[in-house]
Design a protein around this ligand. Sequence first.
Ligand code: ATP
Ligand code: MG
Length: 246
Amino acid sequence: MNLVEFKSVSKRYRLGELEVTALEQVDFAVARGDFVALTGPSGSGKTTMLNLIGCLDYPSDGEIRVLGQPVNQLDDRSLDRLRSQTYGIIFQNFNLIPVLTALENVALPLYLHKLPKSEMDRRAHRALESVGLSRFTDFLPDQLSGGQRQRVAVARALVTEPKLILADEPTASLDSASALSLVELMKNLNREQQVTFVFSTHDQRLLSHVDRVVELRDGCLMAAADTQLHAEADSTAMATGESEVA
Ligand SMILES: Nc1ncnc2c1ncn2[C@@H]1O[C@H](COP(=O)(O)OP(=O)(O)OP(=O)(O)O)[C@@H](O)[C@H]1O
Ligand SMILES: [Mg+2]
């Protein structure tokens, strides 16, 4: 079964008199074990698509199913439960709490799962170990490098053992060496622990390290999208930014 399925999904935003089409009839699926990069120029719909995959927003048209359930038919409580049991999220700016140690930051999502303290610690230690930060459990975010902070954020996304980890430009705040090493880390977690990832990126250099690339332009999946390795980059469009106003 697919974790997430889009059938002819469109998303429109209303801005006063204007209607902005952010996604246009997108068909898409994420299967267990996938490692997917969403790419495309600024304004092409990547964040919109991640928000819809994560059930943070509803489509204007079309159907989204998560674990086989049509999300439009779920009430708020069922949707909350589905979200907390399905997703882990890595934020672009890490979103770590400065006064908590790496271990405490990683354990945070487990408070919602009402586990005993010893079990929370055990899981947080294991998550930090899987991102190579066992030695840094007692460090505060300020005492870590950008790349290490983002690894803590990955551990925090992993700690609830989600079915799918979503990340909107997780490498945007990192230098290129740290960005590449973050993608390598996610890929290893995908290969070794079958963690499913969908993340967006502007960075064409990272795409050669990803086996499934989904490219958006003006809210549409490119005809040749969702294939192996898109080498060509439209750097002009990326530099200027594009958006569709219908
Ligand atoms: N809340 C909103 N209200 C109105 N328009 C919106 C809203 N969110 C997104 N849009 C519009 O939808 C389109 C897609 O935006 P989105 O944020 O998904 O693009 P993106 O690919 O993530 O861009 P970037 O690479 O700059 O993050 C854009 O034209 C944007 O202006
Ligand atoms: Mg975005």
